[in-house]
Design a protein around this ligand. Sequence first.
Ligand code: ADP
Ligand code: MG
Ligand code: ZN
Length: 482
Amino acid sequence: MEAVIGLEIHAELATQSKMFCACPVVHSAQAAPNCCVCPVCAGMPGVLPVINRQAVEYGLRVALALNCQVAPVSIFARKNYFYPDLPKGYQITQYDRPLAQHGSLLIQTSQGERQVRIRRVHLEEDAGKLTHTQIDDQPCSLVDLNRAGVPLLEIVSEPDLHTPEEVRAYATALRAILRYVGANSGDMEKGVLRIEPNISLRPTGSTALGSRTEIKNLNSFRALERATAYEIERQAALLSQGQPVRQETRGWDEASGQTTLQRVKEQAEDYRYFAEPDLPPLVVEPGWLEAVRQSLPELPAVRQQRFQAQYGLSAYDAAVLVEERSVADYYEQSAAAAQGIAPKVIANWVSGELFALLNKAGLEIAACPVNPVALAGLLGMVARGEISQASAKGVLAEAFASGQEPAAIVNARGLHQVSDTAAITELVRQVLAENSSQAAAYRGGKEALFQWFFGQVMRRGKGQANPQVVKQVLLDLLHEQP
Ligand code: ADP
Ligand code: MG
Ligand code: ZN
């Protein structure tokens, strides 16, 4: 059997205000319930929605970044259903004439690169939030409409994915694009990205689609990967027992690691879709679309290719650096300021030492206390032999903690490495003069003494003598006739 998977992703758009009214977009952690609600998003009769231009622009940015064809005219529709978090009794969404269609997204897996087709990208509004609780021992449900009317972009793939790994790679690549174009923060723990895999099985080699289930509202990559793997297993077990897979909506239970039945799937006709009579068609003028296209940044896949070509990085190193735009920017600023440092060395320091410090401090790279030019300066000192690799790690940690310039720390702590041959020759001469019997023993054939001499010179140089130079000078002088 082969698994066939298509993803629906709902991304909250990073607008200041809601999709069809001027209420601010707030998140539950920062705001009291129902503080940001007006007659439009509360579904009062007699009000008129107005399309949020910024939301459309973010939608266009994502659609273009996904190589979609943008519709010159798209239509908002009403999707009718009854639920307490939906005050109007319908959701405004796009149905048969979406904002954009027929795109593609490049994903990276252990099997290599693959194109996944994007079916459609459309705009809609979010519903409110229900909290099921108890008051005075009575079960009750609380409604918070702060989220009602928040702009969402729904991105639907073709059923082109086949494994949990591919599903994760797709979601990761999509999140990177959403962040690059500024449409969504990608903060999954805040629920701004909700992922819904549709999963079916079919005999390997068949092209027909099997009966599918949809798993609702996954909000981490880990849950996505686990839930997909579980659901593939569950369906495989059913089919191997000769039982059918019912088309249904399932939920993921993190604690038990299982998917559970939520409801048997509605058909589209249950929603009685029709064009929203209170909104005009959404017209995207060619000039607007072109301006949005021009304003797009270099996207992750293109940037990765360029990093490989321009800096000679491996695909893996380049992929790590470009996943976040601000990390890629940091790297490029550091590489531009660097003199005589291999780009690979900077890449290693950014994704190694620097990431470790940022993780430990819980900081984003934008708040990194060591700026890219300072990092380049520090690595320049290592490349010129002025400080040792080991000192550089300590200096970076100290610069990170205090925000001081690395050069100032090197000076204050006297970390300058001595590479000057004359100074080192003087050290070696002193050590040899004070230990003439060992020197004679070495010359008489006890070569193991070399390491001991090396240690003595390094100690006398307080660890700041360049070890390569010390080795060379020591060899020369030991082999010279006294
Ligand atoms: P909905 O009824 O949820 O609006 P669509 O038919 O638009 O559904 O499909 C939603 C998602 O499900 C798409 O990503 C699509 O690729 C995927 N999909 C549709 N049919 C199947 C199937 N049989 N197996 C796996 N994925 C499917
Ligand atoms: Mg669906
Ligand atoms: Zn409102």
